[in-house]
Design a protein around this ligand. Structure first.
Ligand SMILES: *Cc1c(COP(=O)(O)O)cnc(C)c1O
Length: 357
C-alpha cells in the first residue's frame, strides 16, 4: 500500500454547489472560477463536473488553452488578462476572453490585425484598488475598445473588496454605485459578483456571476458556515494513523516538544504534514476526525506527519482512518484554527498529494 494520504474530489458536490449558485442567481449566467487548478481540485475533472456553467474563469493561459483543447466551447475568461502581446496569438486562436485592466493592454489590442477577433471584459476599479481603470480613465478606455475593429464583444466588470463581511455593506454599496455610474445606460453585459456577492447582493448579479469558493463547498462569508449555506464540500483530505505512542505525564511529542502530556495519554501519528499542504500553523486544538470522531491535533505539524489526541478514541490504532478536512470536518474550521481561510488550504494541497475522484 502507498502512503495513505489523499484528496478525494467529489464531482457530485461540485454539481450540487453549482445548482446552489443558480438558485441564488437564477437570471445570471455562471462563470465558474477555476483558477489555481480549480482551487486545488484539478482543472479538468472540475471543468467536467461544472460543464453546465456558461463560462469558466481562470488566469493561467496554459490551463485556458488546455481547457479549450479538451473541447469546452463556452466562454473562457482570463482574469488578469494577458501579460505581453505574444499571448494574444493564443487568445485569438483559442477564442479566449480576456480582462483588460490597464492602458498597455489597450495598446497591445490596437496592434491586433484580425477583425472581431477578441471578446474583452473591461475592468473598472470601483474601489478595490487592485486591478482596473479608475472611474476617470474608464470612459476613454471603453471608447478605445469600441473603435478597435479587433474587438468583438465588450463586457463591463468589477470586483468587490468587502463582499464577505456583513458590517461592510457601505463598501459594497459604494462600489456598486461607482460601477453603475461608470456603466451608465450602456447596453453591454456586466459582471460583478464573486461568491460572497452571489449570496448577499442580488442587485450585483447582473449578466454574469463569477463564483469560485462556494462551488468547492467552502463558505465565502465570515459569519456563516458552508453547512448553513447548504454547500457540500468537494474535497475530502484523508489519511491514516501510522503509529501510536503512549505518553506519560510530562512527555513531549514532536518537534520542540511543543505539546506535553498533562496525564498519561495515547497519541496517533498521522501520515500528513505541511509538505502535503496541511497548514504548519495549525496549533494544538485544531479539530480533526479519527474514525469519524472529532478530536484535536497536538504539537507542531511536521513536514510529513502530525499528531492527534486519541484519549477519547480508545479503539483507534494503526490504520485508523483520519479526515484532515472535507466531509464531516469543514475546511473552514480547520482554516480558522490555523489563522487562515478555506481558500488557502484548498489551493495549497501539494503536488505530491494523490487526488482521486
Ligand atoms: C477569484 C475571483 C473570483 C472568485 O472569488 P470567490 O471569492 O472564490 O468566489 C471572482 N472574480 C475574480 C476577479 C476573481 O479573481
Amino acid at each position: 500500500m502507498s502512503r495513505p494520504i489523499q484528496a478525494l474530489i467529489d464531482p457530485s458536490a461540485l454539481e450540487y454547489n453549482l445548482a446552489i449558485v443558480r438558485r441564488h442567481a437564477p437570471r445570471s449566467r455562471v462563470m465558474a472560477v477555476i483558477k489555481a487548478d480549480a482551487y486545488g481540485h484539478g482543472l479538468l475533472r472540475t471543468a467536467e463536473a461544472l460543464a453546465e456553467a456558461e463560462g469558466f474563469a481562470l488566469l493561467e493561459l496554459d490551463a485556458a488553452v488546455r481547457l479549450r483543447e479538451a473541447g469546452y466551447r463556452q466562454t473562457i475568461l482570463l482574469l488578469e488578462g494577458f501579460f505581453d502581446a505574444d499571448e494574444l496569438r493564443w487568445i485569438e486562436q483559442c477564442r479566449l476572453s480576456t480582462v483588460v485592466h490597464h492602458p498597455e493592454q489597450l495598446a497591445m489590442l490596437e496592434a491586433v490585425r484580425r477583425r472581431a477577433a477578441l471578446d474583452v471584459f473591461l475592468k473598472l476599479n470601483s474601489g478595490m484598488n487592485r486591478l482596473g481603470f479608475t472611474p476617470r480613465e474608464f470612459p476613454a478606455a471603453l471608447e478605445r475598445l469600441k473603435v478597435n475593429p479587433a474587438v468583438r464583444q465588450i463586457t463591463l466588470m468589477t470586483h468587490f473588496a468587502c463582499a464577505d463581511e456583513p458590517d461592510r455593506n457601505d463598501s459594497i454599496t459604494a462600489q456598486l454605485q461607482c460601477f453603475n455610474l461608470a456603466a451608465g445606460g450602456r447596453n453591454m453585459p456586466r459582471s460583478l459578483a464573486n461568491s460572497a456577492a452571489v449570496l448577499r447582493f442580488p442587485e450585483a448579479h447582473a449578466d454574469w456571476v463569477r463564483p469560485g469558493i462556494m462551488l468547492y463547498g467552502s463558505s465565502p462569508l465570515a459569519h456563516t458556515t458552508a453547512e448553513q449555506l447548504g454547500l457540500q464540500p468537494a474535497m475530502t483530505v484523508s489519511s491514516r494513523i501510522i503509529s501510536v505512542q503512549t505518553l506519560r505525564l510530562g512527555d513531549g511529542v514532536g518537534y520542540g516538544h511543543a505539546f506535553r502530556a498533562d496525564r498519561s495519554m495515547r497519541v496517533g501519528i498521522v501520515a500528513g504534514g505541511y509538505a502535503d499542504g496541511y497548514p504548519r500553523h495549525a496549533p494544538t486544538g485544531t479539530p480533526i476526525l479519527v474514525k469519524g470522531r472529532r478530536t484535536r491535533v497536538v504539537g507542531r505539524i511536521s513536514m510529513d506527519m502530525l499528531h492527534v489526541d486519541l484519549s477519547e478514541i480508545e479503539d483507534a490504532g494503526v490504520g485508523s482512518p483520519v479526515t484532515l478536512w472535507g466531509k464531516g470536518m469543514p475546511v473552514d474550521e480547520v482554516a480558522r484554527a490555523a489563522g487562515t481561510l478555506g481558500y488557502e488550504l484548498l489551493c495549497a494541497i501539494a503536488p505530491r498529494m494523490q487526488r482521486v475522484t
